[in-house]
Design a binder for this molecule. Structure first.
Ligand code: SAT
Ligand code: MN
Length: 590
């Protein structure tokens, strides 16, 4: 077994010992210590191309860009194969798959036995969060997938920067990932919160394999947050600057593939001149009560792993700029001359496309050219509207938290919680139609509390209690809102234009935070009247349409409350009484 050390040698005995132990189990041909340098990147790219894992795109059109095609059964998060392994089942709670740690380790070690034979074991030291931030965390991922390494280099800070932040010999998350042969019966994404460890086998897909992302930053992160008094959330982070130069920071939680990336990169419409939005993050926020009595957030990531279908110069010009160079495209359609295409891209599809599985694509067929969960991996530093605050070790003070889901009916465009506890109740009852980001029945409505159903690493009821506790620790809590950008009319057409026009909602939200905008009381919270929103340059949403968007139909809401009740029953033993009380108050108001 040969070893390649990069430019930074690890000196921590705990790391060296652990890598040796994993190598003796998995038996790779080579151990490659990653250092995150540019030199390493060219080497890895050439190796990935040689091994057929990546295909270079036309470098004139797409400089530094490559294309990857997944195994067809490995294109989304695998929730049925995802486990939280704690001593007691109650710790993981009824919304997670659970297995006892000892049993699961045994099974995984059997699977990992010799699993890297003929392959290279890459050691990827990475930092989640800005350097020199007390809020940041170190992880080390051992993986036999070069695609994972190249993605991790974009999504996290890899190399010496991670070792430098390692203040305790054992203060890092241990992640082991092996691709195996992608068979479903040997696919396990397992979390061991007590050991700060993750083992993921049998999948190379983003959320299952880039262990810094959902596994560390959310599932393990949420458990650490519970213990240490902070929140790990599935939220975008953005900065809104008003025409007078005042800045506001907003965090928003939407389920996967519901537009967080587009929302985080929103460009305000021309008619709302002087308003600017800059992006801090598009997927994950770590939020800590600060000494100033406010909630401070960092984005632990450095890149965007975004859904590509539907991305265009019209829908998200900043994302299009992000992916112009140095981007990895996964499961899109390609042309023979190295161009890429996906549903919803500007213009018409080029001739002679190969679909995401590599088959000639017939434009007349029903089949999609790109996979609906096709992705781009791009550095946030390519974003022309990246917020200057993104590397700030202290994070940014949050003014507003927005929850949202994808709902064709029932839920109004926007409403505001009466207070923090009511806001936690609203977050706990988020629901959404399922998307292609996870295996399952797309379109089906499911409860997705705080957009964290697949990502909360412990009992959901205790998680709600933790939210309530955090509220007591901040003197000036953020205001809490709920949006539904996906309501439809009776003919199935979207009522709200979305994208840039979402700025009108944000402007109302900011106005509420400043106590400068009106709202009326409704059974479900504060709601805007037509005149409370800025309609400059938008005639499409008439007062009648707005009424449809904002309609609160008691009958629909009784269905909604029944469905909320089902979730609450499921987690009843740990459900905070405050939330039961909030639900009863809502019933009374309706
Ligand atoms: O695949 S990821 O989990 O990284 C994206 C998502 O589903 O939110
Ligand atoms: Mn996500």
């Amino acid at each position: 077994m040969s070893t390649h050390f990069g430019s930074t040698q690890p000196t921590h005995a705990a790391i060296l010992e652990w890598v040796k132990k994993v190598a003796s189990l998995t038996k790779p041909d080579m151990i490659f210590w990653c250092d995150g340098t540019e030199g390493e990147k060219s080497y890895l790219l050439s190796q990935a191309v040689q091994g057929g894992v990546l295909h270079p795109l036309n470098q004139k059109k797409w400089p530094g860009c490559y294309y990857h095609r997944s195994h067809p059964n490995d294109v989304a998060r695998a929730e049925q194969h995802t486990f939280i392994c704690t001593e007691n089942k109650e710790e993981a709670g009824p919304t997670n798959n659970w297995t006892e740690p000892k049993k699961m380790y045994q099974k995984l070690y059997e699977i990992l036995q010799g699993s890297m034979q003929g392959r290279t074991l890459f050691v990827v030291p990475y930092l989640m969060g800005p350097p020199q931030s007390t809020l940041s965390k170190v992880g080390i991922e051992l993986t036999d997938s070069i695609y994972v390494v190249l993605n991790m280099r974009i999504m996290t800070r890899v190399g010496a920067v991670a070792y430098q932040q390692l203040f305790h010999e054992n203060g890092f998350n241990r992640g082991i990932h092996s691709l195996l042969d992608c068979s479903l019966d040997r696919r396990f994404i397992c979390h061991f919160p007590t050991d700060n460890a993750i083992i993921s086998v049998g999948s190379g897909y983003g959320g299952n394999a880039l262990l810094g992302k959902k596994c560390l930053a959310l599932r393990i992160g949420s458990v650490l947050g519970k213990k240490q008094g902070w929140l790990a959330e599935h939220m975008l982070l953005l900065c809104v600057e008003s025409p007078s130069g005042e800045k506001f920071y907003v965090a928003a939680a939407f389920p996967s593939a519901c537009g967080k990336t587009n929302f985080a990169m929103m460009i305000p419409p021309k008619a709302l001149q002087g308003w600017t939005i800059t992006t801090i993050g598009d997927d994950i926020a770590w939020m800590h009560p600060g000494s100033d009595g406010r909630l401070h957030a960092i984005n632990p990531e450095t890149g965007y792993f975004g859904v590509i279908p539907g991305t265009s110069r019209q829908s998200n010009p900043n994302a299009m700029r992000c992916i112009e160079k140095d981007t990895l495209f996964t499961n899109v359609a390609v042309t023979l001359d190295g161009d890429v295409w996906w549903e919803g891209k500007d213009g018409t599809p080029p001739d002679n496309l190969l679909d995401w599985q590599g088959n000639p694509w017939d434009p007349k067929s029903e089949k999609k050219a790109a996979h609906p969960n096709g992705r781009f991996t791009a550095s946030m530093y390519n974003n022309p509207m990246l917020a200057g605050e993104v590397d700030n070790p202290q994070g940014v003070p949050i003014d507003a938290i927005i929850f949202g889901g994808r709902r064709a009916t029932t839920i109004p465009l926007v409403f505001e919680a009466f207070n923090w506890i009511h806001g936690v109740y609203i977050g706990s009852t988020v629901s959404s139609e399922m998307t292609a980001a996870a295996f399952g029945e797309t379109g089906q409505v499911r409860r997705d509390p705080m957009a964290m159903l697949p990502f909360c690493g412990y009992n959901m009821g205790s998680y709600f209690q933790h939210w309530l506790n955090i509220g007591r620790r901040i003197a000036t809590p953020p205001r809490i809102f709920h949006v539904n950008l996906f309501r439809k009319d009776n003919d199935g057409n979207y009522l709200w234009p979305g994208y840039s026009e979402n700025m009108r909602i944000l402007k109302w939200v900011i106005g509420r935070c400043k106590n400068s905008t009106g709202a009326s009381e409704s059974p479900i919270g504060w709601i805007p009247s037509y005149q409370d929103l800025d309609w400059a340059g938008l005639s499409e949403v008439t007062p009648e349409k707005f009424d449809q968007l904002m309609k609160i139909d008691p009958e629909e809401w009784f269905h909604e409350l029944t469905s909320q009740g089902e979730l609450f029953m499921k987690i009843y033993p740990t459900l905070p009484k405050e939330l039961i009380y909030q639900r009863e108050l809502l019933i009374a108001r309706l």
